[in-house]
Design a protein around this ligand. Structure first.
Ligand code: G4F
Length: 324
């Protein structure tokens, strides 16, 4: 039985990846913050269905010794490093803590792997935010990075660190360059879930408006459940490489709004208001991924398209809020 260790297991991607690896027969371990173990009803809610099958360990990305202890105890065959401060907007408010968590945290995990389990396969969660102000459309593995946020900068550095560990120490380290991926498990601060949860609360009369920032930004939005399959496939190859994971379609925040409200029988123009608080100091205007390498080498393809994704999220939130 293969043993996997996931950082960020309590998040959207970590929880889908844990589900997927359990289905494949893996022994699944996860690193969580001590406070999460103490407040499992709230903080482990995405893992609720599988808690009895998972092995959770308390540690912090800020503490090298705590991570060292867990990696040493678990001795994983595959390590998925997903934990990060992943909210782009917040990275402008506190770039310093974002760098510590995302850069040092990644460095700590790579170093733990090198010292303790050098033949372990390592996945680093890169991001399409690394492309930022991209000079070509669509973006692929060779597109130049031009990050536009502290978060993007931290992911470029994590990506460079990962590649350097692969090249310098001959380790199996692969980075996924994942475009936006969403689901009913998405955090409420991200725009898709913010929209679908507001739609549900407007529908049930709890709210009467939805304040948003830039409606013209375009993203390549896929389903998180599809994207974790690609992470696993990246670690099953002969040689470690980096892969773009995307749907190849892009849509604006406005289009997402329009469709989400439509599914609830509402017109977004009656509820969406522009709020300067949600504009970013520097914006990534357009992301569109070219995942042909993943398709060719991993045999990976997305199964859920944009409309299906929006509908899935709206339905879930309508259901969640109809009971209140
Ligand atoms: O949903 P978002 O906050 O996601 P963003 O910034 O694209 O980042 C996500 O995807 C990345 C992959 O490319 C990940 F690496 C990252 O961790 C995260 O998962 O914002 C999407 C767009 C932005 O252009 C933003 O300006 O929506 C626009 N937007 C407009 N109004 C808003 C809002 N975003 C948020 N969060 N809230 C708003 O009210």
């Amino acid at each position: 039985m293969k043993r996997a260790l996931i950082t960020g297991i309590t998040g959207q991607d970590g929880s889908y990846l844990a589900d997927h690896l359990l289905d494949l027969g893996y022994e699944v371990h996860g690193i969580v913050r001590r406070v999460a173990l103490e407040d499992s009803a709230h903080r482990l809610v995405r893992l609720a269905g599988n808690l009895d099958k998972l092995h959770l360990h308390a540690a912090s990305l800020e503490s090298f010794p705590s991570l060292f202890s867990v990696v040493s105890e678990v001795q994983p065959d595959e390590l998925y490093h997903l934990a990060a401060q992943s909210f782009v907007s917040y990275s402008f408010d506190d770039s310093f803590s974002t760098f510590r968590t995302n850069i040092d945290g990644t460095h700590f995990m790579l170093e733990c792997a090198r010292r303790l389990v050098p033949s372990c396969k390592f996945y680093f969660a890169g991001s399409s935010e690394m492309f930022g102000h991209a000079d070509e459309v669509p973006q692929n593995e060779n597109t130049r990075f031009y990050p536009r946020s502290p978060y993007g900068i931290s992911k470029v550095t994590g990506f460079d660190l990962s590649r350097n560990y692969r090249e310098a120490y001959d380790m199996y380290v692969s980075s996924g360059i994942l475009f936006n991926h969403e689901s009913p498990r998405r955090g409420f601060e991200f725009v898709t879930r913010k929209i679908t949860s507001h739609v549900a609360r407007i529908k049930n009369g709890e709210l009467n408006e939805l304040p948003l920032g830039n409606l013209e930004a375009k993203r390549d939005w896929g389903f998180a459940g599809d994207y974790v399959r690609a992470m696993h496939l990246m670690l099953q190859q002969e040689t470690p490489e980096d892969f773009v994971v995307a749907t190849g379609k892009t849509h604006s925040v406005r289009e997402f709004c329009q469709l989400a409200f439509e599914f609830a029988g509402l017109n977004y123009e009656d509820y969406v208001i522009k709020d300067p608080r949600f504009y970013r100091p520097a914006e990534v205007h357009l992301l569109l991924g070219d995942a042909s390498k993943s398709k060719k080498k991993l045999g990976w393809e997305p199964t859920i398209g944009f409309e299906e994704l929006v509908e899935m999220m709206v339905k879930h939130d309508l259901d969640l809020h109809s009971h209140h």
